[in-house]
Design a protein. Structure first.
Ligand SMILES: Nc1ncnc2c1ncn2[C@@H]1O[C@H](COP(=O)(O)OP(=O)(O)OP(=O)(O)O)[C@@H](O)[C@H]1O
Ligand SMILES: [Mg+2]
Length: 257
């Protein structure tokens, strides 16, 4: 069950390269829910995430962190940096640091934990993200496989135990088993820690397995055309959304002619 509202997105427009990608986006992210963001490649999913975490300032609209009764503009003076963990699409880690150093950095910046405590936390988060091998901690990011780098980036996003975790295509390029394990991790984070997760994904299996709600960004309409439980949208949503959720297999009845 989703809890209190953590983040409110109001009348948000997304721009990139002088073009308006999306307009009039309105939705909340609630504690303990998995909100999937879907849409065709280039519709603005990664751009939306950058706006939600405060990296990109909107030309129109607002993103507000509303947890604990205080409204904080994500782009204002007191941004919720510690409250939002993020793993980018490319899973970027600092290449000049070991994996362990990458993970311990947020603790160094934001907490008073000493080195042994930081190290314990980092090893714990690596194991949580499915990288229990002790050698991974001392490896350089370049020594890891693409899938391991993605999981290490997720481990880093978890270091401060954020109430909101944003994952941009975490399972892209992973083998099916690793991808299924990642789905398990998402479900466990939500269930055991009450973490809210905003998940950009193209993987339908993963979507139906973990997402409570789906926000569909339409690349042609330049706005969200659906927000709701994935199974409901697959069966009763707008035609474009049903097509997306069935990989084009189901031609919507009223549009069949
Ligand atoms: N910094 C930028 N400068 C210019 N154009 C950009 C920039 N960032 C994104 N774009 C453009 O904005 C559009 C949306 O990009 P975005 O990365 O948000 O799409 P996406 O929905 O995440 O796509 P994908 O599913 O392929 O990851 C694309 O056409 C992209 O080329
Ligand atoms: Mg993207």
């Amino acid at each position: 069950m989703a809890g209190e509202v953590l983040m409110r997105v109001e009348e948000l427009s997304l721009h990139a390269g002088g073009r308006e990608l999306q307009r009039g986006l309105n939705f909340d992210v609630c504690a303990g829910e998995v909100l999937a963001i879907c849409g065709a490649s280039g519709c603005g999913k990664s751009t939306l995430l950058r706006h939600m975490i405060g990296l990109q300032v909107p030309q129109q609209g607002r993103v507000t962190w509303v947890a604990n009764g205080a409204d904080r503009d994500v782009h204002g003076d007191d941004p919720p940096q510690r409250e939002i963990g993020v793993a980018f699409q490319a899973g970027a880690l600092w290449s000049s640091m070991t994996v362990g150093e990458n993970l311990m950095l947020p603790l160094e910046l934001y907490t008073d934990l000493d080195l042994p405590q930081r190290e314990r936390q980092a090893r714990f988060k690596l194991a949580l993200a499915g990288l229990p091998d002790a050698a991974t901690f001392d490896a350089e990011p370049a020594q890891l496989s693409g899938g391991m780098r993605k999981r290490a980036a997720i481990a880093r996003a978890l270091m401060l135990d954020p109430p909101l975790l944003c994952l941009d295509e975490p399972s892209a390029g992973l083998d099916p088993l690793t991808s299924a394990r990642l789905d398990d991790l998402i479900v466990r984070l939500k269930r055991d820690l009450g973490t809210a997760i905003v998940l950009v994904t193209h993987e339908l299996e993963s979507l139906f397995a973990v997402a409570d709600r789906l926000l569909f960004l339409d690349v042609e309409a330049h706005t969200a055309t659906a927000l709701g439980p994935p199974a409901e949208l697959r069966d009763h949503g707008p035609a474009g959304v049903r097509e997306f959720l069935t990989r084009g297999a189901a031609v919507p009845e009223e549009n069949a002619a």
